[in-house]
Each structure stands twice: as structure tokens, then as C-alpha cells.
Design a protein around this ligand. Sequence first.
Ligand code: V47
Length: 443
Amino acid sequence: MTILAPPTQRPPAPARLPGSDPRLDAIRDKVVAGRRLSLDDGAVLYGTSDIWGVIALADLVRRRMHADTAYYNINKHLNYSNVCALSCKFCEFYRKKGDDGAYTRDLDYIQSEAKKAVELGATEMHIVGGLNPYLPFDYYTDMLRAIHDVAPGMHLKAFTAVELVHLARIAKVYKKSDPQSGVRCVLQQLKDAGLGSLPGGGAEVFDDRIQKEAWKTKIGSDEWLDVHLVAHELGLNSNCTMLYGHIDGRRERLNHLEILRRSQDKALARLGYEGDPEGFIATGIPQTEPIAAPAITLSGEHARLPTPDMSGDSAKGGYYQTIIPLPFFPDGSELEHLPGPTGLENLRTIAVARLMLDNFPHVKAFWIMQTLPMAQLMLEAGADDIDGTVVWYDITKVGGSSTHQEKSVTDLKRAIREAGFTPVERDTLYRRVTRNGKDWSAE
Ligand code: V47
């Protein structure tokens, strides 16, 4: 017979659960107080075996910013050409002119895709391609105008920083001595033609060693950051990515996040936000001159940054909206011999990004690359967005899937609800969308 000990004789409850890491206590105190984490804190978050402790901290930040909201959108990706002057080792998308499967879409094709997007009720087209040396600059402005002719309300999130430097070169306005002015010139023309924001691609990992080994001839971190700075100055919002799990290490990822965090500090300082010594954001007090940026931490409802006004003189309100950690897919690339990151590394990386990027309103688990089941889990690990319905995606094909990678709104909402969150349709600028059939309006 088992005799239960009376309550007074039970051993005291352990101070922490088995497997939990005491080093996370000090980090939790900082997170609770809204203070910025250091790179050393980041190394603990990456190094600890208590991955569930890390996830719980990221969830705390995510819920403080977005409660149980999880965003999705109705969008369509368009890859206008896969012909590329570069041959990055991680990329299975690029082709050389004349190769099997090389394509460049004409304006009729692009317009018909835009019409299909309207039929689907899409609010966004995400448009990127290779650095095609055979297309003139006019192709790009004509493309944006052609889409707007048939889809006037569509937000065009288009062209990565790498493409924009390429466009400045083919438009013959690029000067090595002053790369920003050429990029400003093409961005202004693209904006006049209907460009709405910049996607986050092409950032890879900001590190010279890795760049030399895996994407030698691509622009480096300084130029990538310059392009986004100019976009922000022109009132365009942008996103950023981190391509990880190839020849990079965790320390390099943390450096990448730190560089992005500092870049966002500057964008928010230009917007008039002041850093608070205690870490919590002080609401915007406009400053006359852009300053060396203080650390600015977003917290609570302040995670809702103002939608930039893209017109006239007030067009200086751009910032990074979301970080999208992208797990490396080896298949078909020159780095095919590498295994790619594991599911737990993907979960941890989303959580670390949420915790380190305290001045980013959003963290996206891009379901196409993470898979929808993993994106569901990531909503509990710091992510508040899973991207959209997508339809066709040509850059990575997970597990041998075709370019047709589509989810219905019902699929996305079901996945979000099942994970315990409330699905909210957003537009590209994270405004809530209200629908009446195919017609929609944003907040
Ligand atoms: O720039 C290329 C990456 C990016 C591979 O801004 C690869 O909302 C993994 O930037 N394995 C394009 N990744 C995707 C992208 C993106 C996606 C979703 C939303 C947004 C946004 C941006 O894909 C490229 C590159 O970094 N990539 N090859 C690969 N084998």
C-alpha cells in the first residue's frame, strides 16, 4: 500500500523546472523591463539547451506587441525573369540566357497575372527577379505602370536591394563614388510608376567571409543597407531577410541582426522617435536633424508604427516592417551537399530574431519556406505573420514541390486558429483589411 506523505513533508518545489537554464533569468528580467538585449545575451539564447525557455521569452514579446493576432495577406508572387548575371552558390533559381527553363515575361503576361491577382482578391503583388543584363530600365517602370492599369489598387512590393543597384547600373546613373544618388534616382522613378514598398530579399547574411565564399559578386551589406536607407528616406517601407543554415555560424547571424537593429534605430530616429534610457519607446517627438540613433525599443501598442505618407515633403517616414528569417534549402544549389537547418534551429532562429530585433514591429514565418505546420508553431515562438496565399513561387521548392505553392484563405485561417491565434488579414503596410466580396479597403 502506498502512503502519501502529508503536505508538510513534501519536498519543496524546485526553484525552476528541470532543464531550464538559470542564465535565462537575467535575460527574462531585461525582456520584462523592455530593455535591449546584448550580443552576449543573443549568444546565450542561441547556445542554451533550454530552447523552450527561449521560445517562452519570444512569445512574451510577441504577445505584448500583438496579443493573439496573427497576420496573413492575399498576395501573388511574380518572378519576371530568372535570367541572372550572378551565380550565387545557394541559389537554384537563376538561369543563364539560353539555358533550359530560362524565362523573361513580357508585359502581356505580366498584365494577365495582375488581372488574375485582382480576381483572387489579392491586395499585393510581390515582384522580384534575377539581374537580367538584357532588359532596359524602361522595362521595369513599364511593368509597374502596366500592372496599375489593370489593377489600380494593388500594392506593388517589388525589387530587392540587389536588383535596385543593378537597375541604377543599367539606367546608367550608378556612380561608385556615390552609390546612393543613383539608387535614389531609380527608386524615385519606380515610385512615380507605382512602386509601393521593398521586399526584404538579397540581404543573405551580412558577413564578408560568407559573402566571399557563397555570393562573391553580389552587393555587400553596406550597399544593401544604403538602398534601404534611401527607400526609407523616400517614404517607402521595406522588409529584411536573413538567409541562414548554410555556411554561416550563429555569431554571424547575431551580427546580422545587430546591423539591422542599428539600421532600424536610425530609421525610427528620422521618424522622430526618441530612445528612452530605460529602453521603452518614447512616443514621437519630431527632431529637426537626423541624429546618431539611440537604441529604440518598441513595446506594447507602440509596435503599431504610423503608415508612412508617401507623398510630397512628408515622404520620409519609411522603416523596416518585418524580419523574415529564411532557412536555407540546399536542393538544386551548388551547396547541395549541406544539410540545411533543422526544425528546432528554425524555431530558435525565429525566437532569437523576435528577441534581438526589439525595434521591429513584425516577424514573419514565411510558410512557403518554413512549411505551414512549422509556421503554426512559430506563431508561438515570436512570429506574428505567416505571409499570404502566394499561388506561384519559383525561388525555392520545398521537398520537391512544384512552383505551384498556394494556400487558400481558409487554409491559412484554419492553421492560425488551430495554433490558438486570431487570424487578421492585413495589407502590405500591416493595415487591417475589410472585405466586401472582391472589394476591400484598409483601415
Ligand atoms: O533573396 C534564395 C532567398 C530570397 C534560397 O519581403 C533562398 O515580405 C532559402 O526575400 N534557400 C527571396 N532561401 C525571398 C524573399 C522574401 C520571401 C517572402 C517574403 C518577403 C518579404 C521576402 O530567398 C532571396 C534569397 O535570400 N533564397 N535561394 C535557398 N536555396
